[in-house]
Design a protein around this ligand. Sequence first.
Ligand code: ZN
Length: 289
Amino acid sequence: MRRFLILLVILLTPIAVFAAMVQADRTFGRPGRGYDYVVTVDLPRPGAAAALPKVLGPPDSSRPLVVIDPGHGGKDPGAGAGELKEKALTLSLAIALRDELLRQGGVRVALTRSDDTYLFLGERPEIARLLGADLYISIHADSTEGEGKALGATVYTLSAKGSNEAAEKIAARENAADVVNGVKIAGQSSDVSTALVDLAQRQSQTQSELFARLILREGLGRMPFKEADPQSAAFAVLKSPDVPSVLFESGYINNETDVARLTSGAGRQNFAEAVARAIRVFFARAAQG
Ligand code: ZN
């Protein structure tokens, strides 16, 4: 019996103390919520970019928004074994296109990166989606490692399964940016419900193909193309469910002719004018319905 009483005291003591604290707070504590201040912390949404890039152009959200993604960056140099790295080339082309679009006016523009920053592959289309982009172009340069001398630009859209083996090889190279020493780095935004993504992607796929064809049309005579038609492959940087998206391989970084063209002011301007025209025609058609 005595042991039972001791046990009871041990069990009830914390409850009694707590009840006394509550009573003391009611009697002596501050009115209202009883706190001097409340600290709230906005936790980032999983997969959301830490800070969204600045949108340039007219301060009018009804104007269409183009998001330009310069491939690679930071610890991921991309293709290129010599002095010239893909990450620098893609940034210079992206800036040329941005400046041309801003010069012509009428559209808003944002870059996924405007310096030598590393971004996860999944972050790139996520930035476009979060900004509410109407169009997205990811700029790259390829290299032919032991596959002979290839020359010219290629325009890609997303497909679940690549249209051909060569396209899949390029996609595999580009998708390797998140793999270091064979280990896949975490941090890619996980997809929303697959069914939803599939549906939205099918709808924007037609628009993506239209944009790809417009780049080929407007680029004719301004730059060489390796393939006369848009190609498709499973590129991670294109997995934006609701934004028409194109991946532009600007040329081959180990082809002297391509490098001379892409690093010259005239070559960059030709690229920027051709793609800017394709963008304007795309939006003009979209406005017509
Ligand atoms: Zn690339």
